[in-house]
Design a protein around this ligand. Structure first.
Ligand SMILES: N[C@@H](CCC(=O)N[C@@H](CS)C(=O)NCC(=O)O)C(=O)O
Length: 196
């Protein structure tokens, strides 16, 4: 199994954490998606990471890859998510898409952050972080993290990585505690975003 990743992609990080937590053997292929390497384009015409190649098929999109892993490796399946966990995943993933929209928007417009669409995306991230924090997601030591908590920590770490303590990033002590707790685990610590 091969997984195309970049060192900063939060979407790739979700899958990297899942594969490590599940103990599924795989090879990570580090690429710059914007350089459109042929092997990545072969796997997905969008040229986006993550892309997984397994058993002769190529699958892109982090959540579809997560769904595939649940079906193809049932012995390492996650616990069935509750309605609250599904809602948490949706909140966190939506904010991650808003985050990616800002990072990609900067490529076409350097002042994207302060343009109307950038401000709208920023507002979505801020609101989602506040709601997630108020929902105080917890993790029980010794259990496999839920997909909801994986996406939530990936979101918070990505926001801190790209925006630091920018004035608009809300105080989220419950999320910081969750991030500190889960980043003690190798699958989280070994995949923290770094500039290549
Ligand atoms: N919805 C996709 C988003 C993937 C995505 O946007 N990946 C970014 C890196 S964070 C990328 O490869 N961008 C290159 C491009 O947009 O061409 C997922 O969940 O996997």
């Amino acid at each position: 199994m091969k997984l195309f990743i970049s060192s900063t992609s939060p979407f790739a990080r979700i899958v990297r954490i899942l594969l490590q937590e599940k103990g599924i053997a795989h090879e990570e292929i580090l690429v710059d998606p914007w350089a459109s390497p042929a092997a990545l384009i072969d796997a997905t015409p969008t040229g986006k990471v993550p892309a997984l190649v397994d058993a002769g098929v190529a699958i892109s999109h982090s959540l579809l890859i997560a769904q595939y892993l649940e079906a193809a490796y049932p012995e390492q399946a996650l616990a069935v998510p509750s309605a609250c966990e599904m809602a948490q995943s949706a909140l966190a993933f939506g904010a991650l898409e808003a985050f990616a929209s800002i990072i990609i928007g900067r490529r076409t417009r350097p002042d994207f952050d302060d343009a109307p669409v950038g401000l709208r995306r920023r507002g979505a991230i801020e609101d989602a972080l506040q709601r997630l924090n108020a929902g105080t997601p917890t993790h029980t030591e010794g259990s496999m993290p839920s997909l909801a908590n994986i996406i939530t920590v990936v979101l918070l770490d990505a926001v801190r990585f790209r925006f630091g303590n920018a004035h608009w990033v809300p105080d989220v002590p419950a999320l910081d505690a969750l991030s500190n707790q889960l980043n003690q685990r190798v699958p989280f610590a070994s995949t923290r975003p770094v500039l290549a």
